[in-house]
Write a protein that binds this ligand. Structure first.
Ligand code: ATP
Ligand code: MG
Length: 567
């Protein structure tokens, strides 16, 4: 959990170049960053990039990184989100130590600074409605117009602002605005709102306040209070920087943070907007914030994605200023590369087809030895049960195999992994004409998987012994959305992929999997990486597919297949 476990040393990017240049110029001896989530939803993989950057930079330069909740909107914020965010930052491998802060800790200070602006003639109470304000704000091509309340006296403004605080007025009746320039080219400088009336209980300050600072008013000042040196944020705040600078220039703040903007992480077939993710959760389109199809850290964790793979991915994706959409194949590559090294191999038959070995003795069968992880000799061996009745994967048999299909077919010999060569002699069908069982023979000389006479087979199949395998439910996940850039227009709900979850309820897995633990990855041979779902019970094993073994995305693109089914 602590930061020592985390590999930083990110390589180069423009943020690190800036810090290096500052150090070289003797300008900054200290690096203080912060990750500033608003607790109105769960963290997603885009946040992981910001977390990794802020904590990583602080760690590399011997500085510190704060976790600060920008909790200025009590109508959207909840304690559940605060708890989830803390859990997820820790899980990702970062630690804020004693530096846990809340913008709400600074409400008194921020209020005093608001009065400071009023006294300096740089803020005023406005009675316009939200709609009137919007209209008078102008547009990118039209300057705004001054509010008729703009020239209130300091005394009148102070009186009204205090009465706002005192709870005399209903929500929306008045706001406090900065008095900057209604003709400014940058819309953010057209007398932005600093405080609004919200008669809402706050998760941390309760009923103490009925006016709350806007994000814009709280954010930069909170950084200044905490001594943040580098305010790293995503590009949408670039246009806000002149406002933040104006506020810092006009307030007696204890320090002067500098803001640097970087491009957000965008991932193909994925939505990284809390507003949309909230809509998915509230609308019941997913089972919750930790649904394994969600790009949230909680969802990815439940799906079996290790934190280290997420860190590796955001490092590779890099920090830049240009907008881009990262291919999901790149994320899957980071996951596979890591899991390949650590995940023990097991055998699991997702869609079982019975196979009987006619010349194999009945009774308890025998024990064979299987390698736990060919990438890791220290992982050792395990014993697996073999018997007369087995299950193999339905896809591994074809009655009429086309050219190029080397797996099992009538009259053909294949290897059963760690066991024997078997040959199929007979196909049993049900009344509907479906294949329900294969009758085979085995060659006792091929125990362990090699023929003494040197003959070869072209396929090796995984299997489980019918008498010993345990039943499991297996959940295969596909992208939540049907388009690479969802909701580039239109209603995002119509772009949900109806095939995003495929549930297999008749799977059979080898007995060793009854000791599986949620969060510990396992490779099902020839299938992919899986992980026990936390909602599994002793009588109901549920495995989530983390990622398949191969990069089906690249293949899909290469063949021009736009369908995203059955990946
Ligand atoms: P919304 O999704 O509603 O726009 P948000 O994701 O910006 O909200 P915040 O809680 O404000 O939510 O995010 C905290 C920090 O994470 C911000 O500094 C923001 O810049 C950063 N961040 C959010 N999304 C991404 C992303 N996709 N890539 C990189 N950084 C991000
Ligand atoms: Mg935001």
């Amino acid at each position: 959990m602590a930061s020592e476990a985390v590999e930083v040393g990110a390589g180069r990017d423009f943020i690190r170049d800036i810090i290096d240049a500052e150090i070289a110029a003797g300008r900054n001896t200290e690096v203080v960053t912060r990750f500033p989530p608003e607790p109105n939803g769960y963290l997603h993989i885009g946040h992981a990039k910001a977390i990794w950057l802020n904590f990583g930079v602080a760690q590399e330069y011997g500085g510190r990184c704060h976790l600060r909740f920008d909790d200025t909107n009590p109508t959207k914020e909840e304690q559940e989100y605060i708890d989830a965010i803390k859990r997820d930052v820790h899980w990702l491998g970062f630690d804020w130590g004693r530096r846990l802060h809340y913008a709400s800790d600074y409400f008194d200070q921020l209020y005093d600074w608001a009065e400071h602006l009023i006294r300096a003639g740089k803020a005023y109470v406005d009675d316009l409605s939200a709609e009137e304000m919007r209209v008078m704000r102008g547009s990118l091509t039209e300057p705004g117009r001054n509010s008729p309340y703009r020239d209130r006296t300091v005394a009148e403004n102070l009186d009204l602002f205090r009465r706002m605080r005192g709870g005399e007025f209903p929500d929306g009746a008045r706001v406090l605005r900065a008095k900057i320039d209604m003709a400014a080219g940058n819309m953010n400088l057209r007398d932005p709102v600093l405080y609004r009336i919200l008669h809402a209980a706050h998760p941390r300050t309760g009923a103490t306040w009925c006016i709350y600072p806007t994000y814009d008013f709280a954010h930069g000042q909170s950084d200044a209070i905490e001594g943040v040196t580098h305010s790293l944020c995503s590009l949408e705040f670039e246009d806000h920087r002149p406002l933040y600078d104006w506020l810092i220039d006009n307030l007696p703040v204890p320090s002067r943070p500098r803001q640097y903007e970087f491009a957000r992480l965008n991932l193909g077939y994925t939505v990284l907007s809390k507003r949309v993710l909230t809509q998915l959760v509230r609308g019941g389109h997913v089972t919750g914030w930790d649904d394994p199809r969600m790009p949230t850290l909680a969802g990815l964790r439940r799906r079996g994605v290790p934190a280290a793979a997420i860190r590796d991915f955001v490092r590779r994706a890099g920090i830049a200023r240009a907008h881009s959409v990262v291919d999901i194949a790149m994320f899957e590559h980071s996951i596979r590369e890591l899991l390949n090294k650590v995940a023990p191999r097991r055998m699991a038959v997702l869609r079982p087809l019975k196979l009987r070995i006619d010349n194999y003795p009945g009774g308890p069968g025998e024990e064979l030895v299987a390698v736990n992880n060919p990438e890791d000799p220290a992982a050792g061996m395990r014993r697996i049960r073999f018997g007369r009745e087995l299950y193999i994967e339905r896809d591994d048999f074809l009655e009429f195999p086309p050219k190029g299909f080397y797996r099992l077919a009538p009259g053909r010999e294949v290897r059963l992994r760690y066991a024997y060569f078997v040959t199929c002699h007979e196909v049993v069908k049900n009344a509907a004409g479906e294949v329900v069982e294969l009758i085979c023979t085995y060659d006792p000389e091929t125990r362990g998987g090699n023929a003494p006479d040197g003959r070869k087979v072209r396929a090796t199949l995984h299997w489980v012994a019918a008498a010993y395998a345990i039943s499991a439910e297996i959940r295969l996940y596909n992208p939540l959305f049907t388009r690479a850039e969802p909701a580039s227009g239109g209603d995002i709900i119509t772009e949900l992929n109806p095939m995003s979850l495929e549930t297999l309820i008749e799977s059979r897995v080898e007995a060793a999997l009854n000791t599986a633990i949620p969060g510990e990855p396992v490779q099902f041979e020839r299938q992919g990486y899986f992980c026990l779902d936390p909602l599994s019970g002793p009588d109901r094993l549920i495995f989530n597919r983390t990622v398949g073994l191969r990069d089906s995305w690249t293949r899909m693109r290469a063949t021009g297949d736009q369908s995203i089914r059955n990946i």
